[in-house]
Design a protein around this ligand. Structure first.
Ligand SMILES: NC(=O)c1ccc[n+]([C@@H]2O[C@H](COP(=O)([O-])OP(=O)(O)OC[C@H]3O[C@@H](n4cnc5c(N)ncnc54)[C@H](OP(=O)(O)O)[C@@H]3O)[C@@H](O)[C@H]2O)c1
Length: 282
């Protein structure tokens, strides 16, 4: 089967590199000799990547033109090839399902789902033409386990899991591999960004959940409030490396103890029994 055969061909496009997992994976792969195209939403965030010797594109998942332009710019530099795509940029919209406006849900899906699908669909023909490729989707434990107050984010990650599972079936027989990474809590700006989305879209005082929201706000605002079993983003980098380097990349890469735990419980317990546990979490 065709393979990426030299260093020059080990190119990867990574989205959402301004902080957290994307930033860590960009630097980690650059250090290991990959040709990293880091992408950021805000042009101001490009400088540090360029200074570190990486290439850096502007890509906003909510903007089709920016997705198209970023892919075109990349392909111009790589002679029309791309070894791998790491879909990573996303945010969590907290709030009870019944409190989510259409606009809040739409924004969540434009970013976490539609943008990922559109970018992936721009990249698949490139991979088909060259005969190989890796598509790595940064899903979540919340891509297969529900958690209350996370309905929009849950739905977005379940959607990515479904899309990726289907795509894998359609790419069977090619040397293009689709892997899902499923992290539990990881150190990043995720919570800060989720709190911002919460403040933008949730009318606390109008909700039957206002007491619960007030407790959530306290947790958001408490500095040093780290969830149990939180890992550094290098834990995700390790799985991305496997998905890139292995001849037989895994379909799913669980990351953190809670992901392993809930993946196991989901297989063992009935939905009702699992609900009993999940009602107490989160
Ligand atoms: N941290 C966790 O506990 C955890 C657990 C499971 C899964 N994940 C997943 O890991 C991925 C990375 O998150 P993180 O933890 O590293 O959080 P983070 O530090 O908040 O990073 C999120 C990144 O996504 C970017 N982004 C947001 N909206 C975007 C858009 N419209 N287009 C392109 N990029 C956009 C952000 O850019 P700006 O700086 O411009 O906003 C930022 O670079 C996400 O897919 C998340 O769902 C995280």
């Amino acid at each position: 089967m065709a393979q990426a055969n030299n260093q020059q061909d080990r190119s990867i496009l990574i989205t959402g590199c301004s902080s957290g997992i994307g930033e860590c994976v960009a630097y980690g792969l650059h250090e290991r000799g990959y040709r990293v195209f880091a992408s950021v939403r805000n042009p101001k965030d490009r400088a540090t990547f360029l200074a570190a010797g990486m290439e850096c594109l502007v890509l906003d998942y909510c903007d089709s033109e920016s997705i198209k332009a970023a892919v075109e710019q990349l392909l111009e530099k790589t002679d029309g090839r791309l070894y791998a795509l790491f879909n990573n940029g996303a945010y969590g919209q907290p709030g009870a399902c019944e409190d989510l406006s259409r606009e809040a849900i739409r924004r969540q899906f434009e970013t976490n789902v539609f943008g990922w699908m559109e970018l992936t669909n721009r990249v698949v023909p490139v991979m088909r033409a060259q005969g190989y490729g890796r598509i790595i989707q940064n899903s979540s434990i919340l891509g297969f386990t529900a958690m209350s107050m996370r309905g929009a984010y849950n739905a977005s990650k379940y959607a990515i899991e479904g899309f990726s599972d289907t795509m894998r079936l359609e790419l069977a027989g090619t040397d293009i591999h689709v892997s899902l990474i499923e992290p539990g809590p990881v150190e990043s700006k995720f919570r800060t960004n989720a709190y911002r989305a919460f403040q933008q879209h949730i009318a606390v005082d109008d909700s039957v959940h206002r007491e619960r929201y007030r407790k959530m706000i306290q947790r958001f605002e408490a500095s040093g409030n780290v969830q149990p079993f939180t890992l550094p983003p290098e834990a995700v980098l390790k799985r991305v490396l496997h998905a890139l380097d292995s001849k037989r990349p895994r379909i799913r890469y669980p990351v953190t103890v809670p992901t392993y735990l809930f993946a196991g419980l989901k297989r063992l317990l009935s939905d009702r029994m699992l609900d009993r546990i999940l009602k107490r979490v989160g």
